[in-house]
Ligand binder design. Structure first.
Ligand code: FAD
Length: 383
């Protein structure tokens, strides 16, 4: 694996850094307090090409490889995880899945809009009764002529109230478990689809996370993504790549924690000296630094495997598991360096800790990542 970045990759990172400094960082605390990112950010992310990374230019994408995608995602995560999540879901989970599984008509219909930010996507897998055990979902799509009629509900859907299209997973067949699940691209303004924003989240407060209720929603048969009964494979392939994106966002959080801790340790004096001069403070900082590097290298390895067309699913689970736990540790260590100032939202580290916490929960909890890794190593499923 070559650790030297190419000129294109460095340019993508520079572009993302400038974008974050100008359009995200100055507003992140305000959006967090208001529980609302300014919706205009979607058009700006689209205009600069961040919603079309890795997608072919013929479908309106901005091309680029997965390492460039991870570099941009890291910078967005460093600025504001709520903004990073908008991209990780609309591009990472929805547009890329349409590109991988969609018919020519589906690609032409959705990708140019998703990659420019004219439309936003959300990923509807989790339900009130099924989280980790997603293969047991109960939302049902019943064939009726040239359409399906969908009934059920979805929980914790990122971008849920903002989205124009829902990548929805529903049970179409009588087959039990994940074999009876199909994927659909459902326009969010379909009659019978209602959405409710979930307020009061610990972190990612700026993000429009929603509960979706589907009552007799008619979806044309042509909206099915991938073959009937293969919806679980569609979801799992999306999540494997999604975990790389979550890991990259976690590297961004940990890097932001490191920058903040180093800055504060140099500026803050106690006992007549900067706290940076005390060994126990240096221990906190060096622990963060090692976590940042280890998480970044695991994440880059996934991008490298994806770009070379190799198997990456287990590596993605390893990166996601390590990077998410590392981000929580890093933000918590940084908070310790800040002392009491870390505990109030005038300073950035408390938000980093709150935003990091969910990373160990979504796209498969840490326990679920361990089961995926354990199954790959032993050949035995412990689910
Ligand atoms: P549960 O599955 O009930 O798990 C509870 C606990 O039990 C966890 O600790 C878990 O690790 C443990 N556990 C469960 N099964 C096992 C087992 N076999 N062995 C060991 N431990 C086990 N979902 C979407 O579909 N789309 C989204 O866009 C999306 N965005 C989200 C945004 C936020 C802010 C949040 C909080 C969640 C989001 N989710 C989304 C849902 C998320 O993926 C689920 O919350 C997650 O998969 C866990 O499911 P659960 O919350 O039902 O927890």
């Amino acid at each position: 694996m070559n650790l030297e970045l190419s000129e294109e990759q460095r340019a993508a990172r520079r572009l993302a850094r400038d974008f974050v400094e100008r359009e995200v960082a100055p507003y992140a605390a305000e959006w967090d307090r208001a529980e609302n990112v300014d919706r205009a950010i979607v058009g700006k992310l689209g205009a600069v090409g961040f919603l079309g990374l890795t997608i072919d230019e013929e479908y309106g994408g901005s091309g680029g490889d997965h390492l460039a995608y991870c570099l941009v995602t890291e910078e967005l995560g460093r600025g504001d995880s709520s903004v990073r999540g908008i991209v990780s879901v609309s591009l990472g989970l929805v547009a890329k899945t349409v590109a991988a599984w969609g018919s020519e008509e589906q690609k032409r219909s959705w990708l140019p809009r998703l990659t420019t930010g004219e439309a936003l996507g959300c990923f509807g897998l989790t339900e009130p009764g099924t989280g980790s055990d997603a293969g047991s979902l109960t939302t049902r799509a019943v064939r009726d002529g040239d359409a399906y009629v969908v009934n059920g509900s979805k929980m914790f859907i990122t971008n849920g109230t903002w989205a124009d299209v829902v990548l929805l997973f529903a049970r179409t067949g009588g087959a039990p478990g994940h074999r009876g699940i199909s994927a659909f691209l459902v326009p969010a303004d379909s009659p019978g689809l209602t959405r409710r924003t979930i307020h009061g989240k610990l972190g990612l407060r700026g993000q429009a996370t929603a509960e979706l209720v589907l009552q007799d929603v008619r979806v044309p048969a042509g909206a099915m993504l991938g073959p009937e009964g293969k919806g679980f494979s569609v979801a799992m392939s999306a999540l494997a790549k999604g975990r790389m994106s979550v890991a990259a966002g976690c590297v961004g959080i940990a890097q932001a924690a490191l920058d903040a801790a180093v800055g504060h340790a140099a500026a803050r004096e106690q006992f007549g000296s900067p706290i940076a001069s005390y060994q126990l403070v240096q221990e906190l900082i060096s622990d963060i630094a090692v976590d940042v590097d280890a998480a970044r290298l695991l994440t880059w390895r996934v991008a490298d495997l994806v770009d070379r067309g190799r198997d990456f699913a287990t590596a993605a689970s390893q990166a996601k598991l390590f990077a998410s736990e590392a981000a929580v540790r890093a933000a918590n260590n940084a908070l310790q360096v800040f002392g009491g100032y870390g505990y109030i939202d005038e300073y950035p580290v408390g938000k980093l800790l709150r935003d990091a916490r969910v990373m160990t929960l979504y796209e498969g909890t840490s326990q679920i990542q361990k089961l995926i890794i354990g199954r790959a190593l032993t050949g035995v499923s412990a689910f």
